[in-house]
Design a protein around this ligand. Structure first.
Ligand code: CAA
Length: 391
């Protein structure tokens, strides 16, 4: 392959995620709607939907995810933050500026928000790698943070969720070196979109799943044409997982294109966390990567991992990376597993109350009671300004 010959290794130095404390079980949703729970557990491959408290949003989740990775490096070396989200909270101001302030980072820092549905974090990573190639001493904080929320009682309701993943991209990739080769595919389609005036997206679910499969094939073909690794060299694959069953189908599709037998061991570890969190748009693929690294019993040192990123509308990318020696020492496995385990189940009625997040639009003073489990919260909104606080 056209590898990083003559170039330094660049990739993921640290990696962390955050998920809020509340969830609704898909069994609760199935019971309420009179649906066989197996439709959700087997048919779409999901168990729980993570729900943000009213004082949590993409900013507070991003700050929670980023705090451990920032503490693990010299925060002053972070000179750029790229925050990817589908669930922006302002049409103008970048959400990363609030995160930068909550984390108390170096003021000599550039920050920008990136958008393309569920894909933008992958663009952020690729841009961060290019930037670090130019400035090898720099560290870029890439954050993917989203709340996936569909209309109540819609067929997409079961594929909600939320969460954030943060990573440091640097020339000291202690967890995964990212290959320079990648394969991209863009197609102008309307499978999932959200006009500025809507809180929830419009989605053509079945069409979106078909288009996802088409994008897997096209970005894989471009990855190969660009000199990518052979299919048989990969020991693990991670997929964007709006629901895990789609990843299973994507993997089978990729295997059939490569005349290979699909093996569960190639993708199942990457679905463990996602089943319990639900879709978190930009963060979903990277939650799958964390799940793979943290739950796989196999030592993945020096093993290539294939990653497929998809953002409706649609932009997709297949890329790859090599897991680094000592990667396990850099992971936050215990903290992540207790974040997932120490959560509270919501009744259906409490879920509906939590779904209706307050959205004051009159510019008056509005305070939000404390409920977030983390260190950062949205304390209120006053004169149309969001007020965040560190507890
Ligand atoms: N036991 C086991 N399986 C069952 C079952 C039962 N009792 N009842 C149904 N099933 C199976 C069905 O056979 C079906 O499987 P197949 O797809 O393999 O045929 C599966 O469960 C789902 O059933 P339906 O197709 O009837 O489900 P639905 O119409 O209620 O909607 C959905 C499913 C289309 C995924 C919907 O949840 C949706 O629109 N979600 C949002 C869109 C989405 O996530 N698209 C993904 C690609 S787009 C993207 O990736 C960007 C993004 O993040 C949004």
């Amino acid at each position: 392959m056209k590898d990083t010959v003559g170039m330094m290794g660049i990739g993921i130095e640290r990696l962390s995620f955050y998920v809020p404390q509340h969830y609704v079980s898909l069994e609760t949703l199935a019971e309420r709607h009179g649906i066989d729970p197996a439709k959700f557990s087997r048919g779409i491959g999901q168990d729980l939907i993570a729900m943000p408290a009213h004082d949590e949003d993409i900013v507070t989740m991003a700050a929670e995810a980023a705090r451990p990775v920032v503490e693990a490096v010299d925060g002053d070396d972070i000179d750029t933050i790229l925050l990817a989200t589908e669930t922006g909270i302002d049409q103008s101001k970048a959400a990363g500026v609030y995160v930068h302030s909550l984390l108390g980072l170096n003021p000599n820092c550039r920050i920008v928000e990136m958008k393309h549905a569920c894909y933008a974090a992958t663009a952020a990573i690729q841009m961060a790698c290019g930037y670090v190639a130019r400035k090898p001493w720099a560290k870029v904080l890439v954050i993917a943070t989203d709340v996936s929320r569909y209309d109540l009682d819609s067929s997409a309701e079961a594929t909600q969720g939320c969460g954030a993943v943060a990573m440091i991209i640097s020339a000291d990739p202690k967890i995964m070196e990212i290959d320079t080769v990648s394969g991209c595919f863009t197609e102008d389609i309307m499978d999932f979109w959200r006009p500025n005036y809507r809180k929830t997206p419009l989605v053509d679910g079945k069409y979106s799943a078909l288009k996802y499969m088409n994008a897997v094939a096209n970005s894989w073909n471009d990855y190969q044409a660009s000199g990518g690794r052979e299919f048989t060299s990969f020991s693990k694959f991670c997929y964007h997982l709006p629901f895990t069953r789609l990843g299973v189908k994507a993997h089978r599709h990729l295997c059939s294109l490569n005349e290979a037998q699909a093996q569960e061991s190639h993708f199942a570890d990457g679905m463990t966390y996602n089943r319990k969190v639900g879709n978190c748009y930009t963060a979903s693929l990277y939650l799958s990567l964390i799940s793979t690294l943290e739950t796989s019993e196999e030592d993945l040192t020096d093993k290539p991992i294939g990653l497929f990123s998809y953002g409706s509308g649609a932009v997709a990318e297949f890329f790859s990376g090599i897991v680094q020696p000592g990667y396990r020492d850099q992971l936050e496995t215990r903290r992540h597993q207790s974040l997932l385990d120490d959560r509270v189940a919501l009744s259906y009625d409490d879920y509906v109350k939590m779904w209706h997040a307050p959205d004051p639009q009159d510019g008056g003073e509005f305070t939000i009671p404390k409920s977030a489990r983390g260190q950062y919260r949205l304390a209120g909104i006053d004169e149309h300004k969001r007020i965040y606080e560190r507890i």
